[in-house]
Design a protein around this ligand. Structure first.
Ligand SMILES: [Fe+2]
Ligand SMILES: [Fe+2]
Length: 294
């Protein structure tokens, strides 16, 4: 992007990061929704200022998330040489992300994580899945390293091959230079049929970052949940079945199991952290090292 254009663009159009997640609830109001042509149309026709900023957010995301951008961000952030801190301090660090627009009514980042993990625990799932709930959005600390919203949150999608029209606001991909690149703009692009998602680069954001942070410590099913939790074009719309292998298809059971806890566990009542703390301290100590590298 050229500098002049860049300086005129507001790279953070969302009032806060949850604004994107609130919007997901509009698209997927219940655990089984798939965006039909009709709901997509309704979705696009829905006009109000809040919708405009989500739309602008996706315009930026779809324009700038190129294959090269993803490769560069991986080089920059997957060295984990920005910060090192005791695990519990990482949550305090995350909580520096505050919603300036409405500090009284919004729960902080940690509350969303805790509500997700508590909902998973209440349903009797394994403890590593509870832990996954607690950590799944920790990657949003990327914002605190100065990253724009469109490089931290938003639906993720493969780069290096054609963008599916099942991705939300797919019309904005016409502004992405990869759409004009003949190596990238075919159905398979640089990939082989059913090559497996491990071979596929997804757009850069908090999902890949937390997956890479946790990959030595959690079971594979947990890692799928972390890595693909924003990959709505696949887990809701099945737009990339041609890139998944059989193992991915099986493992997406876990991504699908996780998604409702992420989307539908929000409640205005914060969990009682004082009571819960000993359980979570033991759980974190069971799986993770005392310090985390960001
Ligand atoms: Fe997330
Ligand atoms: Fe989340």
């Amino acid at each position: 992007m050229n500098n002049q254009t860049n300086s005129m663009v507001n790279h953070n159009p969302l009032t806060d990061l949850e604004h994107w997640e609130d919007d997901l609830l509009r698209r997927y109001p219940d655990p089984d929704t798939i965006a039909t042509a009709k709901t997509k149309e309704e979705y696009r026709n829905y006009e109000e200022p809040a919708r405009d900023s989500v739309k602008e957010f996706y315009r930026l995301n779809h324009t700038y998330q190129t294959f090269e951008f993803v490769e560069n961000k991986k080089k920059e952030f997957l060295q984990f040489n920005k910060k090192e801190m005791p695990i519990w301090e990482a949550f305090d660090f995350l909580n520096q992300l505050v919603d300036d627009s409405d500090p009284d009514t919004d729960l902080d980042q940690f509350q969303h994580l805790l509500q997700t993990s508590e909902a998973i625990r209440a349903d009797g799932h394994p403890d590593w899945m509870v832990l996954t709930g607690l950590f799944h959005d920790l990657g949003k600390v990327l914002c605190l390293f100065g990253e724009p919203q469109w490089a931290v949150v938003g639906d993720t999608f493969p780069v290096g091959c054609a963008f599916s029209d099942k991705i939300v606001y797919s019309e904005f991909f016409k502004y992405n230079p990869d759409s004009q690149n003949e190596t990238f703009n075919t159905k398979y692009g640089i990939y082989e049929p059913n090559c497996g998602l491990d071979q596929v680069q997804l757009s850069w954001g908090h999902d890949e970052y937390i997956y890479q942070m946790m990959k030595d410590y959690l079971p594979e099913s947990a890692l799928y949940m972390l890595r693909y939790h924003s990959f709505y074009a696949q887990h809701r719309e099945h737009a990339y079945d041609h890139l998944l292998n059989k193992h991915d298809q099986e493992m997406f059971y876990w991504v699908n199991l996780f998604n409702p806890y992420d989307l539908y566990s929000k409640s205005p009542v914060p969990p009682n952290w004082k009571e819960l703390k000993p359980y979570y301290e033991d759980l974190v100590a069971k799986y993770l090292p005392p310090k985390l590298k960001l």
